[in-house]
Every structure is written in C-alpha cells, then in structure tokens.
Design a binder for this molecule. Structure first.
Ligand SMILES: [Zn+2]
Length: 73
C-alpha cells in the first residue's frame, strides 16, 4: 500500500478584530479577520493528520484577502 504524504498550511478562524487596521496591500481601513494558521502533514494532500511547527497568528484583509503574520496578538 502506498501513502502519499505532503504538507499543507491550514488556516482557521473568522473572528474580527475590534480595532480597525490599515491594509498594507490595498490601503483599506477595516476590521481584519483573525486567523490561526498551522502547517500539517497531510495524507494524500487532503487529510491533515499531524500538526508541525508552531501555530501562527494571521490577520486577513476582508477586502483583498492579504494575510499578515502577527506574532504578538
Ligand atoms: Zn487589503
């Protein structure tokens, strides 16, 4: 039996920030969406099975979907 192993960056979360931030990409002043992202080892590139590395806090611009990494949230 052959298993195909890969890695995938999995992002979850939909909470909005309470303060407005200026997006460096599109310039919109908006409430960003807080997301937590983490790398997973996946089976057949689909099923996340083992989380690897640290979870990362990200803010996603709802306007242009740019993700900004923040480490002290
Ligand atoms: Zn933006």
């Amino acid at each position: 039996m052959i298993f195909i192993i890969g890695t995938k960056f999995n992002v979850s979360g939909s909470e909005r920030t309470t303060e407005q931030h200026r997006c460096p990409q599109c310039g919109a002043l908006t409430q960003f969406v807080k997301k937590t992202g983490r790398n997973y080892i996946t089976l057949f590139f689909v099923l996340p099975i083992i989380p690897i590395g640290k979870a990362r806090n990200l803010l996603e611009c709802p306007n242009c979907k740019t993700r900004i990494q923040v480490d002290n949230l």
